[in-house]
Design a protein around this ligand. Sequence first.
Ligand code: PMP
Length: 310
Amino acid sequence: MAKMHPGEIAYFEGDFVPVGDARLSVMTHAFNYGTALFEGIRGYYNVEEDNVFIFRLQEHVDRLVRNFNILCMEIPEDAARIEEICLEVARRSALREDVYLRPICYKSELSLGPAVRGVSSALCCYLITLGDYVDTNDGLDVAVSSWRRLSDNAIPTRAKTTGSYINSSLAATEAKQSGFHEAIFLREDGTVAEGSAMNIFVIQEDKLITPPPNADILVGITRNTIMQLAQEQFGLQVVERPIARTELYISDEVFFCGTGAQVAPIRSVDRRLIGNGKPGGITRKLQKIYFDVVQGKVAEYRDWCTPVYS
Ligand code: PMP
């Protein structure tokens, strides 16, 4: 489990309150049925500028708000207000370190029976401090999970729903209990989907390959960031196509990416070393630029970084 400390202030029931006062009833619909949508958004502390930059806030809020339609979420706050709330929670927590914001839109009604329409919704948002979620230095030892990735037609993987993290929890726990750092999900058709909470790329002959958006994945904002950086900064070709399990074993490099995972090299899959078992050169290059970009150090991508303090 990632170590964390909560920020002091949360947004809850239309107000900014001490995090300890942000409490829900056990009868809350979302608690009973997993009917909530959320985002995980990182803020990086930049020492030189003494500021925290929230990475791709607009894109995260946009994904959240677009997915409202899947769960018929209706709340008074619009996208602009949700962005402000995230920034305000960060500002009021007054931290000067790396943070992680969690806006959650949840079915707030105290009612019985699974449904998405006709059940009222509400927004809350809290913050924690967060360092590495998985190791990003040495390379991860991962295993293909015996749990299949859930299908977008069962519980929409495209949306970051709380309920879908049962699937992730089962795979992550199985992997850790078996002595691995992380899991890779296959889809019901046997092709590769993603990690328990991160997208996956394989590299073959200097080409980045990742499963397409309709492959039962969460279409990650980090995934999109990496695709753009690979093309624009290094002129690398990026291909979205189904990946066979065995391609994991024969690729030159494999890595995970995600808001939590950042860019995390994979050094082995199912106890088979990838390349020479060391993080690969392209992964390292992408990782380096990613860490510079998220801290607001690359002028070209500075508009992806929203400062918390003025
Ligand atoms: N897939 C899953 C299942 C995830 O939970 C996450 C983390 N949000 C990702 C992929 C990566 O998405 P993002 O880059 O938007 O954080």
